[in-house]
Design a protein around this ligand. Sequence first.
Ligand code: SAH
Ligand code: SF4
Ligand code: F3S
Length: 482
Amino acid sequence: MNRETKIITSEEIARQHSYISRVREAVTGEGEKRYALVRTFGCQQNEADSERLSGMAEAMGYEITDSEELADLILVNTCAIREHAELKALSITGQFKHLKAKKPSLIIGICGCMVSQEHRLNDIKNKYPYVDFLFGTGEIYRFPELLCRAREEKGRFFIVEETLGTLAEGLPVKRSSDFKAWLSIMYGCNNFCTYCVVPYVRGRERSRKREDVLAEARELVSKGYNEITLLGQNVNSYGKDLGYDYDFSDLLSDICAIEGEFIVRFMTSHPKDASKKLVDTIAANPKIARQFHLPLQSGSNAVLKAMNRRYTRESYLELIDYMKAKIPDIALTTDIIVGFPGETEEDFADTLDILSRVRYDNIYSFIYSPRKGTPASEMDCQIPSEIQSERFSRLLQLQHKISNEINQTLVGTTRRVLVEGISKNDPDMYTGRCESGRLVHFKSDIDYTGKIVDMLIERAETFNVFGRVVPADIARVESDET
Ligand code: SAH
Ligand code: SF4
Ligand code: F3S
C-alpha cells in the first residue's frame, strides 16, 4: 500500500501513449466510426478531468459525442460533494442499463470523486452490473490502459489505488471551448474541513511545476484563448510542496506577463491562506478579473471552529476590507453552508450579518449534506431539514435583494465582457460574462462569440444585466480580426 502522492514518470506516460496507439489501431480497424460520451458532474476540476478523458478517448480513435444512442463508450465522471450530486450520478448511470441492453458492445466506465469512496465502489460493483469498469481520481492518467483492458478482456474491474493522489503531465486534452480554458495548477486538499469529502477522494495537495503551468498558459494564449481559469481546491497553497520559493502570487504575475489580451480567473481561495500579497498582485495586474471568490461557509466563529476552517469572522472581514480598499471595483462572491450541525439561530444571524456587511455580488449556498466518513456527519445536533430549508430561503431572500441593488448600480457603466455565444434562454440575444462573473445579455448583428468587448449596461435585474456593445470597441475588435 502506498499512502503517498505519486508523481507519474515520463516512462509511465509513454506506456499510456502506447496503449493509446494500440486502442486507436483497433478502433480505426473496425471500419465504422466509434463514439465516446463523457458525462460530468461536480466542479470545474472534474470538468477539467473530463477534458483530459475526452482528449485521451479522441486520441484513441473515438469521436466525442453528446448522443447516448450513438455512444460506443460512456464514461460517467462523478462528484461526491453532497448527497444530491451522488444521487444524480447514480440515477444517470442507472439509465444506461437500457442502452447496454440494446447495444451489448457498449462499454460503460465510471470514475471521479464518488466512486473513489469504498462504499460507492461496492454499490457500483453490486448494484450496477452493466458498468464494465471503475477507476478513481488518481487513475485518470491510466485511462488508456484501462480502456484497452475493458475492450480486450472479459470481466469487470474496479481500480482505486491507495495513493494520496497522483500528478501526471503529457496527456492529451480536448477542451470544450475555443476561447475559455481551465488550467489546473494543483490537485487535492490538505484542509479537512469537517463537512467535506474532497480530501478523502482527491488526496493531498500537490502542485504542478511552474514550468509546466506556464508552458500550458503560453500555449493557451497562443491558440487564442481569451479567458484562463486557474484551478485548485485551495490555490493559495500553490507551490508549498515544490521545494522552491514560488507562490500563487508569483505564478499569477508570470502568467500575466505572457503577451496578449486575455482574462485570468482563479478558484478556489481558502480565506485562511488568502494573502495581502495576492490582493496586491490582483490590483497590479489588469489581466486578472476584478472578481474574488472567497468561501465564507459561515459567519459564526463557533460554527467556523466546528468546521475546522481556521479563520474567524473578524480576520475574514479584515481581508475583505483590505481588498475593497486596494481594488474598489472588486466583485466578491462566496460559498455558504446552511444548517451545519449545531448551528443556532444566533449563528445563522451572524452569517446574514456578514452578507449585509460584505455585500457579495453573488453567493453559492448549500444546505449541509452529511458525508460518510467526515467528522461533521457524526456530530450531535444535526439540524432538522425544515429549519435548514427555512434558513436557506431567508439567506437567499437577503442575497437576492443585495444582488439586485448591486446590479442597479451597474446601469450606465461600461464593462469588459467576454462574449460566450447565443443566450440559452433567448435565441435573439447573446450572452457574455463581465469580469465579475455576472451574465450580460445583449442584442447584436455581429457575432462576437469568444471576443472581449466593452459593453454599456442599460438595464438590470436580480440575476441578469442587459447592455449593448459600445461603438469604440466595435472598431477595436474588428481591427483585431484583420
Ligand atoms: N475547496 C473549495 C470548495 C470546494 S467544494 C473551498 O474550500 O472553498 C464547494 C463548496 O461546496 C464548498 O465551498 C462548500 O460550501 C460546499 N460543500 C462542501 N461540502 C459540503 C457538504 N457536506 N454539504 C453542503 N455543502 C458542502
Ligand atoms: Fe473541502 Fe475545505 Fe478542502 Fe475546500 S478547503 S476542498 S471545503 S476540505
Ligand atoms: Fe465534487 Fe470532487 Fe469537485 S467531490 S465538487 S467533483 S472535487
